[in-house]
Every structure is written in structure tokens, then in C-alpha cells.
Design a protein around this ligand. Structure first.
Ligand code: NAP
Length: 249
């Protein structure tokens, strides 16, 4: 058990929501970041408080540096930062080829999935690194098996953004390994969340389930379980590592 603070971007829905609940059950004081869905974030906080956990909801669009600075300011007021889960992420419309993509779409995907994750990590390292007087901590980044598959004819920009998350995980992990901070990534496979609807294909995960060696989609809880393991001392020798949680996909 820990009483440290974990910041979870995109903690209002899907994998982030499941992670917030699982982290609170392990004693973390949870900062539930959300982009726009305050109601969903407030519900996560209420659920955690109903189980005697501690949580606050903070608006943070990770494409906005100012929002990120505010998020971490609120986290500082809540306690000592011990972990960051870079979960907030987006896809563009599914089924768009690269030769049809707008610059705005690509820039938005990169701003949220890549720049946002790196800036949040910057704020976390400033607080957790022993080099800066911190007590150490853990950063978990949400990548995707798309980083390996490339997502042709679906969303290559998204896949590329997750490839960047993988490289970032390895590099940052090495950079801060001797400063008490572990950095790891999870590559989820097809998980049953609303992200597929956001890409215009609500039943995408179920439609493609037959391609998964385990022949089923995964749940947010199955990803959250892997994330809270990485956050725990049980993973004390795991850094710069990327774990596929994908039913074999
Ligand atoms: P989701 O159900 O669509 O939830 C997305 C979450 O991210 C929401 O809490 C949302 O906040 C937040 N968010 C959206 N845009 C944001 C922004 N600009 N700044 C901060 N937060 C933002 O997605 P999910 O499936 O749980 O995905 C979570 C992570 O797992 C993502 O990084 C995704 O790429 C990755 N992943 C998912 C799958 C999958 O199959 N589901 C597979 C591989 C990887 P609001 O509620 O305020 O909108």
C-alpha cells in the first residue's frame, strides 16, 4: 500500500477510469484528469470516495501545456507525487489513408498522444527525481499494439504516435533510471472502450476479435491490472520496458 499521489490523464473513462479505481484500491490518492467530460470524472471520484479512497477530478487537455501545469499544481496540493499514468489519448477518424489526411488531424493526434505525454512526464520527473530532491516514482505510458502493426488503412498517424511513445519510454527510462524513477509502457490490444466510437467505428474491437489469438477483446480492467502492477514495488526491477497486454495480438 502507498499513500502517494498518482496522476492519471484521461482518468474519466475507459482504461483510465479502470486504472483510477484500481490504483485507489491500492492506496493511491488519485488525480483523475479529464479533457471535457467532467461528469464522468466526478463519477470516478465519487466511486473511489464511496470505497473510502481519495480522489480529485482536474480538467486537463494534455494538448495544452497550461492545463498540464495546472494539473500538477493541483496534484502538489493533494500530496506527494509518486506516479504518473500517461493514459489520455485519441484516434482520428478510422479508415483514412495517409494520402487523405489533413495536417490538422495529424498534429492533433501527435499533440495529445506524444507531446502531451512527454510534457506530463517532464512535470512528473521534476517532482519525483532524486536529482531534484524527489523521492522517486513510476511513469506508465499507454502505447498500443498499433505501434507494431502500423494500422494501415485505419489510422497510421495514431500508430506512429504510439511508436513515438515506445521510443520515449525506453529513452526516458534510461535517463532517470538512476534517479529513483521507473518508466514503462503497456501496449493494449483491442480493448472494449469508447475510443473506437470516437474513431467512427463503435464495434471495431468486436468486429476484429477473431484476429486476436485469444479470440476475444480485452477489458479495461485487464489493462488496469497490468498498470497497477507496474506502479507497484512488485515491478521494482522493471524499467524502459514495454508490455503487450493484447491476448497475443
Ligand atoms: P477512451 O475510452 O476514449 O477514453 C479516453 C480518455 O482520454 C477519456 O478519459 C478522455 O477524457 C481522455 N482524453 C481524450 N482526449 C484527451 C486530451 N486531449 N487530453 C487529456 N485527456 C484526453 O479511450 P481508452 O480506450 O480508454 O484509451 C486510453 C489509452 O489507451 C489511450 O492512450 C489509447 O490510445 C490507449 N489504447 C487503447 C486501446 C483500445 O482498444 N481501447 C488500444 C490500445 C491503446 P474525457 O472523458 O474528458 O473525454
Amino acid at each position: 500500500m502507498t499513500d502517494k499521489v498518482v496522476v492519471i490523464t484521461g482518468g474519466s473513462r475507459g482504461i483510465g477510469r479502470a486504472t483510477a479505481i484500481a490504483a485507489a484500491a491500492r492506496g493511491f490518492r488519485v488525480v483523475v484528469g479529464y479533457a471535457s467530460n467532467k461528469k464522468a470524472a466526478d463519477e470516478v471520484v465519487a466511486l473511489i470516495e464511496a470505497s473510502n479512497g481519495k480522489a480529485i477530478a482536474v480538467k486537463c487537455d494534455v494538448a495544452e501545456e497550461g492545463d498540464i501545469l495546472e494539473l500538477f499544481k493541483e496534484a502538489d496540493k493533494f500530496g506527494t507525487l509518486g506516479a504518473l499514468v500517461n493514459n489520455g489519448g485519441i484516434v482520428g477518424q478510422s479508415g483514412v489513408r495517409v494520402d487523405e489526411m489533413s495536417a490538422e488531424r495529424i498534429q492533433r493526434v501527435m499533440a495529445v498522444n506524444v507531446t502531451g505525454s512527454i510534457l506530463c512526464a517532464r512535470e512528473a520527473v521534476k517532482r519525483m527525481s532524486t536529482k531534484h530532491g524527489g523521492k522517486g516514482g513510476v511513469i506508465v505510458n499507454l502505447s498500443s499494439v498499433a505501434a507494431k502493426l502500423g494500422s494501415p488503412n485505419t489510422y497510421v498517424d495514431y500508430a506512429a504516435s504510439k511508436g513515438a511513445v515506445d521510443s520515449f519510454t525506453i529513452g526516458l527510462g534510461h535517463e532517470v533510471a538512476a534517479e529513483g524513477i521507473r518508466v514503462a509502457a503497456i501496449r493494449p490490444g483491442l480493448i472494449d472502450t469508447e475510443i473506437h466510437a470516437a474513431g467512427g467505428e463503435p464495434d471495431r474491437a468486436h468486429r476484429l476479435a477473431h484476429l486476436v489469438p485469444m479470440k476475444r477483446v480485452g477489458t479495461s480492467d485487464e489493462i488496469a491490472n497490468a498498470i497497477v502492477w507496474l506502479l507497484s514495488d512488485e515491478a521494482s526491477y522493471v524499467t524502459s520496458a514495454i508490455l503487450d497486454v493484447s491476448g497475443g495480438r
